[in-house]
Design a protein. Structure first.
Length: 110
């Protein structure tokens, strides 16, 4: 079993590089992404969301410390959206080295 933190680190590297191929390889065949933009299922649909919706506007994710509990990992991220910075929280379920579920929450401004 791969360490959830190493999978999350590879996820954030793929996001920073806007590398859909690397991102696709991290998600399990039955993966699910839940976000304010909707729920996306399977690596192809998830990567399409990132390529069409997230990559054009979001960049430079700076994750905070990872909190790991078994196959679950949570982190708060500072993210640049255009000219502003916002905070989001990511909650991963990672099993056998693959992301099975990712839930992304936009955090309220402080």
């Amino acid at each position: 079993m791969k360490d959830p933190a190493s999978v999350a680190e590879r996820y954030f590297a793929a996001i920073r590089e806007r590398d859909g191929r690397a991102l696709r390889a991290l998600f399990a065949p039955d993966a699910e992404l839940v976000s304010a933009a909707g729920t996306f299922r399977g690596p192809d649909e998830i990567v399409r969301f990132f390529e069409e919706t997230a990559f054009p506007v979001a960049s430079d994710p700076k994750p905070g410390p990872f909190v790991v509990d078994g196959d679950r990992l949570a982190t708060e991220i500072e993210l640049r959206l255009g000219d502003s910075r916002t905070k989001v929280a990511d909650f991963f379920t990672i099993t056998e080295g693959s992301i099975r579920r990712l839930v992304v929450y936009l955090l309220p401004e402080a």
